[in-house]
Design a protein around this ligand. Structure first.
Ligand code: ADP
Ligand code: MG
Length: 304
C-alpha cells in the first residue's frame, strides 16, 4: 500500500463541517472562519535520511522546510501568514540549531511569514515539521479539481533541476545551480497569487511532474495529452546530463516546487510553458516528438 492509498483508507472522510471548504486531497485545506474570510492550512515534514541527507547544512534544512510549505500555500493561490514548527533533534549541538534557525528565518523574512509557535523534542533522527497558514479571498483558492477538457497544461520555470542537484550531491559532485535548486527551493507564491481567476486548476511539483500531474487529473476527472519535448528544462541540466537523463529528471524527479496548472491557451502568465492539453476520459498520454511513449512515476519507455 502506498502513502496515498493509506491516506484514502484510514484518514479521508466524507462528512465534513460546513466551514471546511476543501478538506483532504488538495495541496492545502481551505477553511472558512467567518463568511468571506478563508484561510489555507498546509503541513510538511522533512525526515533526516529520507527527505534530506544527514550532512546537509543546517541552514539549508531550515530554509527548505519553510519553502516546501510555502509551495503548497502557493499552489492554493494563498498568501502565507503564520507558521508553527515541530522540531525533533538527535543530539545536534547548539551551532546546528543556530544555523537551522538562521535558514528558517531567511525564508520567513523573504516570504513574509511569521513563526508563532511549535514543539521541540528529541529522537533518533532529525525531523522538522512546519504547519503553515495563509489567507485567500473567498472562493478564490486554486484547486486541483478545476481542470476542464480543452484547457492547456502549463508548468512554471524549469523542472528536473532539483532531483539532478540531489543526485550530484549524493555522488559528492559539485554543481552550484542544480544543487541550489534542491537546497534552497523558491516557492512560487507570487505566481500562485497571479493565477487566481486565470488558472482552472493548480498543483505544486513536489513528487515529480508525471505523478503530480496524475493527481491533478484524478482530482479533476480528466485526462491529458502531453508533449514531452515541450517540458521546460534548464540549460545547465541539459549540459550536465544526457538528453535521456535530463528527460528522466524532468518527468519523475521531485522537489522542483514549480507550479503545474491548467487554463486557457492564451492565459497571460510569464515564465510558464505550455506542455499539453486536458482531454476527456482519464488517460494520460505522452508523446515524444509525436511518438506515443509510456510514462509512469518511475520514468518513461517507448511502446514496444
Ligand atoms: P502535498 O504533496 O501537496 O503535500 P499529498 O499529495 O502528499 O499533498 O497529500 C495528499 C492529501 O492528503 C493532502 O490533502 C494532505 O493534506 C492529505 N494527507 C496526507 N497525510 C494525511 C494524514 N495523515 N491525515 C490526513 N490527511 C492527510
Ligand atoms: Mg503540494
Amino acid at each position: 500500500m502506498d502513502e496515498f492509498e493509506l491516506i484514502r483508507r484510514y484518514f479521508a472522510r466524507d462528512a465534513q463541517a460546513s466551514d471546511v471548504i476543501v478538506g483532504i486531497g488538495d495541496d492545502g485545506a481551505v477553511l472558512e472562519l467567518a463568511p468571506g474570510i478563508q484561510q489555507v492550512q498546509v503541513i510538511d515534514t522533512m525526515v533526516e535520511g529520507v527527505h534530506f541527507p544527514s550532512d546537509m547544512a543546517a541552514a539549508d534544512v531550515g530554509y527548505r522546510v519553510v519553502a516546501v510549505n510555502l509551495s503548497d500555500i502557493a499552489a492554493m493561490g494563498a498568501k502565507p501568514r503564520w507558521m508553527t514548527l515541530a522540531l525533533t533533534l538527535a543530539d545536534q549541538d547548539e551551532s546546528w540549531v543556530d544555523q537551522f534557525a538562521a535558514g528558517l528565518f531567511d525564508a520567513a523574512r523573504e516570504y513574509d511569514v511569521e513563526l508563532v509557535g511549535g514543539d521541540t523534542t528529541s529522537g533518533k533522527v532529525i525531523v522538522a515539521t512546519v504547519h503553515m497558514t495563509g489567507v485567500v479571498e473567498e472562493g478564490a483558492a486554486l484547486l486541483r479539481s478545476g481542470a476542464n477538457v480543452g484547457d492547456t497544461v502549463f508548468v512554471t520555470g524549469t523542472v528536473g533541476d532539483a532531483a539532478a542537484g540531489l543526485a550530484l550531491l549524493r555522488d559528492g559532485e559539485r554543481e552550484e545551480y542544480l544543487q541550489r535548486r534542491f537546497l534552497r527551493p523558491r516557492a512560487r507564491v507570487a505566481k500562485g497569487r497571479e493565477l487566481i481567476g486565470q488558472a482552472s486548476a493548480a498543483i505544486d511539483l513536489s513528487d515529480g511532474l508525471v505523478g503530480d500531474l496524475r493527481k491533478l487529473l484524478d482530482a479533476s476527472g480528466v485526462g491529458a495529452d502531453i508533449d514531452i519535448e515541450c517540458i521546460p528544462t534548464s540549460e545547465t541540466l541539459r549540459q550536465r546530463f544526457t538528453a535521456e537523463e535530463a528527460l528522466e529528471f524532468a518527468l519523475t524527479g521531485g522537489d522542483d516546487y514549480e507550479l503545474l496548472f491548467t487554463g486557457p491557451a492564451d492565459i497571460d502568465i510569464d515564465d510558464a510553458t505550455p506542455i499539453g492539453m486536458v482531454t476527456a476520459g482519464t488517460d494520460l498520454r505522452c508523446r515524444l516528438n509525436g511518438e506515443l511513449v509510456e510514462v509512469n512515476d518511475a520514468g518513461y519507455r517507448h511502446f514496444a
